[in-house]
Design a protein around this ligand. Structure first.
Ligand code: AP5
Length: 211
């Protein structure tokens, strides 16, 4: 199964991906995580991406497309993958299509997690993650257990200012790819408001209905 998770920043793409990949036995590919790892390692890609990410801007298409094409060619993607945070522009969506066509593969579903803007800032500014396990928490909605509370960290782009910039980018550049997938008949809409369990059930129900 080859799937994409789309949605505004803080919609719950990472949270839902972690719950869904086991169900479908596929690899989770988060471009945000890959780029943050490149920044932390100080690679050439990381040095180029760092400023864009801190400002809530998109990293240039050519860098992200090359990174994803290399990643989906790896052996752990043979059974499928769940792309989280890619594509984010029309150029990225078209590049992915071309790559899949070359490989004789197709996309099965594009899941759009819908959350209104007014809930996003609270979700983003309250997010923390455990650097040891990668598990995502929220200080109000899903607080970390006491024994790890001292080690959870906040992302450098999870400020209110960067969040507003990310939301603008989402509406300006990423939301327009939704009709592209709707026309192909593979778009699945899921209401992202409610508990993470409720959202997971909604997504699974929609996906099962299409199988
Ligand atoms: P990326 O890491 O992809 O960030 P994003 O899309 O802004 O998404 P987030 O990771 O912020 O949110 P999420 O939807 O995964 O939500 P989460 O599950 O964590 O990208 C970061 C940057 O990298 C970009 O700004 C850009 O610069 C660059 N980049 C990445 N990909 C790129 C690309 N393709 N092209 C160009 N540039 C690219 O949840 C958020 C919080 O809410 C958590 O605290 C969680 O616990 C909580 N939560 C989750 N679900 C619920 C719920 N149902 N109810 C209550 N709280 C919830």
């Amino acid at each position: 199964m080859r799937m994409i998770l789309v949605g505004p920043p803080g919609a719950g793409k990472g949270t839902q991906a972690a719950r869904l990949i086991d169900t479908y036995g596929i690899s989770h590919i988060s471009t945000g995580d890959m780029l943050r790892a490149a920044v932390a390692e100080g690679t050439e890609l990381g040095r180029k991406a760092d400023g864009f990410m801190k400002a809530g801007e998109l990293v240039p298409d050519e860098l992200v497309i090359a990174m994803v094409i290399e990643r989906i060619g790896k052996s752990d993607c043979e059974n499928g993958f769940m792309l989280d945070g890619f594509p984010r522009t029309r150029a990225q969506a078209e590049a992915l299509d071309r790559e899949l066509e070359k490989a004789g593969a197709t996309l099965d579903a594009v899941v759009l997690i819908e959350v209104p803007d007014q809930l996003i800032v609270e979700r983003i500014t309250g997010r923390r993650s455990d650097p040891q396990t990668g598990r995502i928490y929220h200080m109000i909605f899903d607080p970390p257990p006491e024994e790890i509370a001292d080690r959870v960290v906040q992302r450098s782009d999870d400020t209110e200012e960067a969040c507003v910039a990310r939301l603008q980018k989402y509406h300006g550049e990423t939301a327009p790819i939704v009709p592209f997938y709707e026309e192909k008949g593979i778009l699945v809409r899921a209401d992202g408001v409610g508990s993470p369990d409720e959202v997971t059930e909604r997504i699974k129900t929609e996906l099962e209905a299409r199988r």
